[in-house]
Design a protein around this ligand. Structure first.
Ligand SMILES: CC(C)(COP(=O)(O)OP(=O)(O)OC[C@H]1O[C@@H](n2cnc3c(N)ncnc32)[C@H](O)[C@@H]1OP(=O)(O)O)[C@@H](O)C(=O)NCCC(=O)NCCS
Length: 162
């Protein structure tokens, strides 16, 4: 089984977003999230293409395996990075792609002089919470009914050394 997995998955290449990636991003979004929490095409495009943001892409075997997007806000001389999303297609999970996408967003946040990176995560999303905790994110609070009535988000925060 392990040999089969290694044989099926080639090396992963990380790079920044190109507009041609969008159709593959949205296909991953449709697999990862169901309405009403799924982003619309328009909203996902806005997140990725707005200024003060960064989007990383993981490519494997010639197609997009996953992506992550964060934006940067400066208030009173402090810059905060906010993780908008991180998504890995099911066939490419559990080989460290989510971790590497997160590390790259953090590096970009440091380069933008952010001192903190933070995010909302569905309180029931065990895989994502595991990933964030493993990378040093600490639980900072909960927003009830954040996604929709009865669906809470947890807020996770990580200080960034610059
Ligand atoms: C969260 C997500 C990005 C992780 O991507 P990934 O490429 O599988 O991440 P990695 O391979 O780097 O790490 C996976 C880790 O999660 C663990 N994991 C996987 N499924 C899990 C689960 N259901 N519960 C707890 N931990 C889980 C793995 O064991 C692994 O942990 P380890 O590194 O300690 O061994 C991916 O599951 C995903 O795209 N989910 C759907 C989209 C989503 O929910 N995004 C988060 C939005 S806030």
């Amino acid at each position: 089984m392990l040999l089969r997995t290694i044989a099926e998955n080639g090396p992963v290449h990380y790079r920044l977003y190109h507009p041609e990636d969008f159709a593959q991003f949205y296909a991953i979004e449709e697999i990862c999230f169901q309405p009403p929490v799924r982003f619309s095409r328009r909203y996902l495009r806005q997140i990725i293409e707005r200024g003060n943001s960064v989007t990383w892409v993981a490519e494997q075997d010639g197609s997009v395996a996953g992506f992550s997007a964060a934006d940067f806000t400066t208030e009173f001389d402090h810059t905060f990075a906010y993780v908008q999303t991180i998504e890995v297609a099911p066939a490419h999970r559990n080989q460290g792609i989510g971790s590497e996408l997160l590390r790259r967003m953090e590096d970009s946040a440091r380069a933008a002089r952010a001192t903190v990176i933070w995010l909302h995560v569905d309180a029931a999303n065990e895989a994502a919470i595991h990933l964030y905790q493993a990378h040093g994110y600490r639980h900072q609070g909960r927003q009830e009914h954040y996604y929709y009535r009865g669906r809470a988000a947890d807020v996770y925060v990580k200080p960034l050394q610059t």
